[in-house]
Design a protein around this ligand. Structure first.
Ligand SMILES: O=C(O)CCC(=O)C(=O)O
Ligand SMILES: [Fe+2]
Length: 263
């Protein structure tokens, strides 16, 4: 019960009752049909303000990466030419702080570990239960994208991602995507489609989100990107990551790449 009390201080409980089974069912159908679920004003106004201040305070500790990657987030494949789309290198640049840099008293930690919240997400994504990452970095990340910084086209490795937008830039910072653009399980990589998209001849869909919105996104087969920030105001976004089994850490190479450290 104490969980429900804590949640009521964080989320907009007038609008969202995570224990309402009809609502949970509706969210599940929404996610299954659209590959994405957006709950606007998920965070209440006070929480949003508090989390923006907290994130701005921590921004100077962020680890900034300028990484190149292909859309599949895989290594160079020698079986293909360097000019093939599977080897096409894109640049992403953003800053990130990790779980261990977030205050213990932060509402992000309360929300992340809330049983009610975890049960809600598990039910919507069709898992029996959810567990935190077994390393001190990967469960909660805050991403910062200042002027000119962007997250380039990619498919996620994970089945689903949960994000909370805290602050939008004046311009840019747009989340663009194409649903079911490959089939990873069938190993269908859609080279032709990806090639056209990168050449600019396919118009993606745009997901509009305002600060305070919770987004649940199935990014394994839906290609997506965030366009470069325009202006002085950073885009700030929280990623909440869970596993379907306990005891799983993010790989050391991924931690090195994204966070610049292992612990
Ligand atoms: O910044 C976003 O809205 C999406 C982040 C994302 O796609 C990712 O972290 O893989
Ligand atoms: Fe992604």
């Amino acid at each position: 019960m104490e969980n429900i009390m804590e949640l009521s201080e964080i989320i907009n409980q007038k609008v969202y009752n995570l224990l309402d089974t009809d609502f949970v069912q509706k969210c599940k159908i929404d996610l299954d049909q659209n590959g994405v679920l957006t709950l606007s004003n998920f965070l209440n106004a006070n929480t949003l303000k508090e989390l923006v201040v907290e994130a701005e305070d921590a921004a100077s500790q962020a680890y900034f990466t300028n990484s190149t990657h292909n859309v599949y987030l895989t290594k160079i494949d020698d079986g293909f030419g360097l000019d093939h789309v599977i080897n096409k290198q894109l640049v992403s640049s953003k800053g990130c702080i990790c779980t261990d840099q977030i205050k213990l008293t932060s509402k992000l930690k309360t929300l992340y570990s809330s049983n009610t919240f975890k049960s809600f997400i598990a039910a919507v994504v069709g898992e029996t239960s959810l567990f935190p990452y077994d390393d001190p970095l990967s469960s909660i990340n805050v991403h910062y994208a200042g002027e000119g910084q962007e997250l380039n086209w990619h498919f996620d490795n994970s089945e689903f991602a949960i994000t909370l937008l805290l602050q939008s830039p004046i311009g840019g910072g747009e989340f663009q995507y194409l649903k079911d653009f490959r089939n990873a399980d069938k190993n269908e990589m859609n080279f032709e489609g990806v090639d056209k998209l990168l050449a600019g001849s396919i118009a993606p869909r745009i997901l509009t989100m305002k600060p305070g919105t919770l987004v649940l996104f199935r990014g394994r087969n839906s290609i997506h990107r965030v366009t470069p920030t325009i202006g002085d105001t950073k885009r700030i976004l929280v990623v909440l990551a869970y596993n379907s089994e306990p005891g799983i850490a993010l790989s050391e190479s991924a931690r090195k790449t994204f966070y610049g450290r292992l612990s």
